[in-house]
Design a protein around this ligand. Structure first.
Ligand SMILES: [Ca+2]
Length: 150
């Protein structure tokens, strides 16, 4: 048995993804439809952009979560991915606990940036990713994966 094997539990029946804000016409729910390369979710808005955004994945049951992987979407020529992200897990008492430090997102000159944040295996029924956009920037993403031990 491979104790290192993990599976994406965000796509399980009964899981859900919500966002603190979603641009009209886009959907946080589409961050768990299994399609990685798409403009599923956007937090663009006219005028002043949000300086922080949070994506929350709730699971149908507690799992030992080991990493979170967020696939951003490169929206034309815009820097449409977060500058940094951090991961938090929900404790059994319902409080959010830091599971990582601030992780800088690196991006190649083309293609959709991806950030994967490994965490110490934590049994939890909800995970959230706090995004810090670039100054005056916005974020678009295709898929949010949460890996857990089987
Ligand atoms: Ca998707």
């Amino acid at each position: 048995m491979d104790l290192g094997a993990t599976t994406n539990v965000a796509t399980l029946s009964g899981a859900a993804v919500t966002a603190t804000y979603t641009e009209s016409g886009y959907s946080a729910a589409a961050l768990r439809n299994g399609v990685v390369a798409e403009k599923a979710w956007s937090n663009w808005r006219p005028g002043t952009k949000n300086t922080s955004e949070t994506l929350t994945v709730t699971l149908p049951a507690s799992r030992a979560v080991t990493s979170v992987k967020l696939h951003f979407w490169r929206d034309g020529a815009n820097t449409s991915w977060a500058q940094t992200v951090r991961v938090e897990t929900r404790s059994s008492s319902g409080t959010w606990v830091a599971a990582s430090g601030e992780v800088t997102v690196t991006a190649a000159s083309s293609g959709n940036p991806v950030v994967e944040v490994p965490i110490a295996a934590t049994t939890t029924d909800a995970v959230r990713v706090v995004l810090t956009p670039y100054a005056n920037g916005y974020v678009t993403a295709g898929e949010l994966e949460v890996y857990a031990q089987p």
